[in-house]
Design a protein around this ligand. Sequence first.
Ligand code: CAA
Ligand code: FAD
Length: 380
Amino acid sequence: MNFQLTDEQEMIRKMVRDFAEKEVEPTAAERDEEERFDRGIFDQMGELGLTGIPWPEEYGGIGADYLSYVIAVEELSRVCASTGVTLSAHVSLAGWPIYTFGTEEQKQQFLRPMAEGKKLGAYCLSEPGSGSDAAAMKTTAKRDGDDYILNGSKVWITNGGAADLYIVFAMTDAEKKHKGITAFIVEKGMDGFTMGKKEKKLGIRSSPTLEVIMDNVRVPAGNRLGEEGEGFKVAMTTLDGGRNGIAAQAVGIAQGALDKAVEYAKERKQFGKPIGQHQGLGFKLADMATKVEASRLLTYQAAWKESEGVPYGKASAMSKLFAGDSAMEVTVEAVQVYGGYGFTKDYPVERYMRDAKITQIYEGTNEIQRLVISKMLMQD
Ligand code: CAA
Ligand code: FAD
């Protein structure tokens, strides 16, 4: 077993870290405060090739592996979790299903501009009445000649409004329950496709989260992704990899908070010495660092499995579960290390703590990850 990153993976980490520290971190607090999404940052990620890391060059990507991709999400999230999820939703949730289930024509038409950073993607599964129970969706798609007519609404859509392409799941045959779900690529600007309420959130506030409304949206059959009735499989297999993107986001948030905590523990003096030299606080930092490292190893392992073509669904559910819970614990402790100052917006650790919470909720709550893992254990 070799835990050494390749030269290419190290090079991508260095490039993303430089970019994140120079171009993303300086405005992170301000964008959080103003709940402002910056399309310019996404455009810059496109110029660097980050928007298509795992896709082959023939589809506009850079042909690197999934480990390089999760390293990129981690490094962005180390300074700004909102930017991390913008990339994760774009690549894992919108790009991956097109790469995996799309026709050659769909890959050229939709995946290529996404990989090149010219178009931003989103993934629309959740509805007001169906979050964890994703198969209970009510959105419908009715065949009408060469088109489908979509009706319904999706909620909590990351990149909503800003995105150009939306992977939408709808019922083509409700009687068949999950076997009656079909996936579509819906394009911004299609008649009847509009945005509803923008959520005001606790964390990841510069990542836009919107309701998406479909009122008789006519979608050409050529935009159907996969076969009729195959949509639940498209949705679930997409989430298998997407969850590891969120694990990487959690690792980045936790690492960022740990870095800030260590820095402060060296500087701040009480009782005549740096607070990190008081054993009570030093042990806290040790536990935080250990949780970050364990989360990272699970996340990298799941990414490696995906690249190697080894089943990775359980590994991803585990990485998201452990890294999400750890990020929450580590960021709460980072605030504690800062004492009263940690409770203010003068220091970034409160933002890390607010941002960490979402990693336990989206792409399947951590209760749902436990459900997925336990079901698989019973099948093994
Ligand atoms: N891969 C392939 N097939 C799968 C699968 C997987 N990972 N998981 C389930 N299936 C298949 C099953 O094999 C089964 O197939 P058959 O009917 O042919 O036997 C079928 O799907 C139904 O399986 P279940 O009975 O297990 O399905 P369920 O209705 O009980 O739901 C669930 C399972 C795992 C709880 C699922 O509903 C789920 O993942 N819920 C959470 C939803 C979620 O994660 N939403 C995230 C939205 S995106 C987001 O949040 C974005 C963001 O963060 C940026
Ligand atoms: P519910 O399903 O109502 O769950 C409520 C509580 O009950 C949770 O604690 C849950 O764990 C628990 N629970 C439910 N069922 C069980 C069970 N069987 N066993 C034990 N506990 C259970 N969705 C998208 O489709 N696309 C997106 O881009 C997207 N982005 C998001 C961004 C943000 C900021 C947020 C907040 C959400 C986003 N989501 C997105 C939706 C997200 O995936 C759902 O919020 C999540 O899956 C939970 O669904 P819910 O909110 O309806 O909670």
